[in-house]
Design a protein around this ligand. Structure first.
Ligand code: SF4
Ligand code: SF4
Length: 340
């Protein structure tokens, strides 16, 4: 059964039907992660991308075991690591004692994760580092805190977690750091189904040709280590819930990179939402899509209500059906599309 499903996930990458759920490289909201994995695993995603954190993985595995027992589906479990400073691996923080009582709290209003509480500060477990609150504060008191693991943490964590796949977030100019990260990963004898490389243009001051050169450098390392690649093109990071503009940016990056990218499946991310598929000029390619902020936003009301009820969404039939229906609306167009 597991073998069949594993082929199914690989086949989806070949056919162009691949869908990944991004729970968030910094998201540690365990109740929501359990519900997200239950809903999107049932809806049919092929992979779930999670923070490299044992508690997060346990919450996800609990849900995915249930999905397998109930529906026979087994998405790959991927963890995200970074080879250097990266916005996906940060948390916002401020001291609420410094906030004037008459502040209208724009930080709280803009936070898509509802991680900033009334009269309080940032609830770290819910913050996934999108950074939107930082510039809204009139006093400029919101800081970002780096939450990356250090290199020496990788091997012990991977030994414990044993993920199906690993994603390395990288940036232009970090080929050496990327190689060092890979070497740490390979200290553990894991048979990874995919080694994903995530990179975009945003904030790096380079064009798509230079980005392709950087991907080719990573490709060389992957070949040396006999790894199967998955190239994640990060259009406009953590912005899928912001609308059609972000969706277009992700598609445009793919259009430019596709002819000059190294071999291996390409996956859109960073700005992906329900509009993304409409902007693709033809039915063929990219091989997959990853949904993050949008996937969370559309089922957020039920995630929060379940938390208020102190129960899993799986135990609340009305909430479950409503959330599952929204999840299917987002991912079904990808699950049924065919590459020519
Ligand atoms: S707006 Fe983004 S960075 Fe700020 S607290 Fe919310 S999730 Fe964290
Ligand atoms: S906007 Fe700044 S001052 Fe106002 S509540 Fe948020 S952190 Fe405090």
């Amino acid at each position: 059964m597991i073998h069949t499903n594993s082929l199914c996930n690989s086949e989806a990458l070949k056919k162009g039907n691949w869908v990944k759920l991004i729970c968030g490289a910094s998201n540690q909201d365990l109740a929501s992660i359990n519900d997200l994995c239950s809903i999107y695993g049932t809806a049919g995603v092929h992979c779930i991308d999670l923070a490299a954190d044992e508690a997060v993985i346990n919450a996800a595995r609990n849900a995915l075991d249930w999905v397998f027992e109930t529906h026979g589906k087994k998405p790959w479990l991927m963890i995200s690591l970074s080879d250097g400073k990266d916005a996906h691996f940060r948390k916002a923080w401020f001291n609420p004692d410094l906030c004037p009582s008459n502040c209208l709290r724009p930080c709280q209003n803009i936070c898509p994760a509802h991680a900033i509480e009334n009269e309080g500060g940032v609830k770290a477990s819910k913050c996934y580092g999108c950074g939107r609150c930082i510039d809204t504060c009139p006093l400029g008191i919101i800081e970002e805190k780096d939450r990356r693991l250090t290199l020496k943490d990788f091997a012990p964590l991977l030994t414990t977690i044993k993920p199906d796949a690993v994603e390395i977030h990288t940036a232009p100019g970090r080929a050496k750091e990327f190689e060092k990260t890979m070497k740490e990963i390979f200290k553990v004898n894991l048979e990874l189904k995919r080694l994903s490389v995530s990179c975009g243009l945003q904030g790096h001051g380079i064009n798509h040709e230079k980005l392709a050169e950087e991907l080719w450098l990573r490709h060389k390392f992957l070949r040396i280590h006999n790894q199967k690649p998955l190239w994640q093109l990060d259009g406009r990071r953590m912005s899928g819930d912001l609308g059609t503009g972000a969706a277009k940016i992700a598609v445009k990056l793919w259009e430019k990179i596709r002819p000059i990218a190294p071999p291996g499946p390409l996956q859109l991310a960073g700005g992906t939402n329900e509009s993304t598929i409409n902007y693709l000029p033809e039915i063929s390619g990219p091989e997959g899509v990853a949904f993050g902020g949008k996937a969370r936003k559309i089922i957020q009301p039920w995630l929060e209500e379940a938390q208020r009820k102190r129960m899993s969404l799986r135990d609340w039939p009305e909430g479950w059906e409503a959330a599952l229906s929204e999840a299917k609306k987002l991912i079904n167009p990808w699950l049924i599309r065919k590459s020519s």
